[in-house]
Design a protein around this ligand. Structure first.
Ligand SMILES: Cc1cc2nc3c(=O)[nH]c(=O)nc-3n(C[C@H](O)[C@H](O)[C@H](O)COP(=O)(O)OP(=O)(O)OC[C@H]3O[C@@H](n4cnc5c(N)ncnc54)[C@H](O)[C@@H]3O)c2cc1C
Length: 404
């Protein structure tokens, strides 16, 4: 503590970190607590929009928000630095450019790609993980078009894009590609049929866990716009310019390979000695790390058990945002006394964008939405987050209030 003030440190300015910081500033008066937020960029980005950045259907700047525009930096000590390690016993965080100590720590460092040991995946496949990695995918795809156009006898596989995984991120990315590729074809005078977009998924279905009708709708919509699916097909190996798939080890030559098939907690968490289960930390219902009554772990770094299903909640922004409320409340309770709150997910529904004005999903009590209706709802969900974070001005500046 500094004087009598507890020192609260939040690591990562993603959904979990930003909303926790926001809630902490609302719950504590300036003289009650020192709040520090550490992030490796001076901006916060909308991870849920990164597939659009990666496909090039929105500008990078649309997806990012300067932290100082939404967090009162006279109230919060914002440290623009990269976390290297957490020293749990000493209660310090090692940064690239220094060290900070804490009384209460909130870890919201997000995800990184999980490759499940598939040879070559780490080296040769892109992943939609941050603004930087997404921008690289966008530029790489366009570069392949430019190269193809400028070679005498171009290799047609230059224009093949293989996407690994047909979960939420994979499907949303394919939807954006279905919109973006015809524009690139026009720009570079390339016939659309010269471009192949192939999704490879180990499960026999896309979007495992989704309602059958919804996923059939999504698959048909994407197939209609030229996406090919290889379902029930494992990726065996990724090479610099090809992907080896299936029992017969078919080799698909491709100019762009993007892996969306798995995420795990930021490696800093495991490297700092927190015990991992399937790549994440099993926190208790109050979001505390096991054995550490001063460390909360939120968002994609944590598994929180859903007691009704006996399975952990999936990694979503919606959950990360709701966890932030419980975390801020519990830090206040630990300081002033009372009963810690347990996390209970209030499911407001899930909508997946399919590109352009198409989408599908469920809202509130399981109502199914398709097409433009679903897209409007998706935009409402995105705008609601912006409103929670930065009020109406942020919605006006960055919001998706138009359906397309
Ligand atoms: C393309 C895509 C689409 C998605 N769509 C949806 C959707 O429609 N709905 C939904 O609910 N969920 C969706 N998700 C999932 C959702 O984005 C994640 O569950 C959510 O981002 C998790 O929030 P978080 O706060 O844990 O991590 P993040 O939002 O990833 O934030 C982590 C933060 O930590 C920072 N950071 C990382 N490492 C360091 C370091 N070493 N030092 C300092 N800072 C660091 C990062 O810069 C980042 O700001 C989608 C995910 C993707 C990739």
């Amino acid at each position: 503590m500094i004087g009598n003030r507890p020192k609260i440190v939040v690591l990562g300015a993603g959904y979990a970190g930003m909303m926790t910081t926001k809630r902490l500033t609302q719950q504590f008066a300036p003289e009650e607590a020192d709040i520090t937020l550490v992030n490796k960029h001076n901006y916060h980005y909308q991870t849920t929009w990164l597939h659009e950045v990666a496909a090039g259907t929105i500008d990078v700047n649309r997806s990012r928000i300067m932290i100082s525009d939404v967090i009162n930096t006279r109230r919060v000590n914002f440290v623009h630095d990269t976390v290297v390690k957490i020293n749990k016993e000493a209660k310090t965080v090692q940064l690239e450019n220094g060290e900070i100590s804490y009384d209460y720590l909130v870890i919201g460092l997000g995800f990184e790609k999980a490759t499940f040991g598939i040879p070559g995946m780490e080296e040769h496949a892109f992943s939609i993980q941050s603004v930087d990695t997404s921008r690289m995918i966008r530029d790489h795809i366009e570069y392949q078009f430019a190269r193809y156009r400028n070679q005498k006898n171009p290799d047609p596989s230059m224009l093949t894009i293989v996407v690994g995984g047909a979960g939420f991120t994979g499907i949303e990315f394919l939807g954006e590609l279905a919109e973006r590729i015809p524009l690139l074809c026009k720009k570079y005078d390339i016939p659309r049929q010269d471009v192949k977009i192939i999704d490879v998924e180990a499960m026999p279905t896309i979007l495992p866990g989704f309602d059958e009708e919804l996923l059939s709708y999504a698959k048909e919509s994407l197939e209609y716009r030229g996406i090919e699916f290889k379902l029930g097909t494992m990726i065996k190996e990724v090479k610099a310019d090809s992907v080896v798939v299936g029992e017969d080890e078919e080799e698909i030559k491709a100019g762009t390979i993007v892996w969306t098939g798995g995420v795990q907690a930021n490696r800093i968490v495991g490297e700092s000695g927190f015990e991992l289960t399937k790549g994440k930390v099993n926190v208790d219902a109050t979001l505390l790390a096991p054995g550490h009554d001063e460390v909360f772990i939120l968002g994609d770094c944590a598994w929180v058990m859903n007691n009704e299903t006996g399975k952990p909640y999936p990694p979503t922004a919606q959950i990360a945002i709701q966890e932030a409320d419980v975390c801020a409340h519990n830090i206040k309770t630990m300081i002033y006394g009372g009963t810690l709150q347990e996390f209970k997910f209030d499911d407001k529904g899930t909508v997946a964008s399919l590109g352009g004005s198409d989408a599908m999903g469920t809202v509130f009590d399981g109502n199914k939405l398709y097409g433009m209706q679903a897209k409007v709802m998706k935009n409402v969900i995105d705008d609601r987050y912006l409103f929670l974070l930065g009020g109406p001005m942020l919605v006006l500046k960055k919001g998706k209030f138009r359906p397309f």
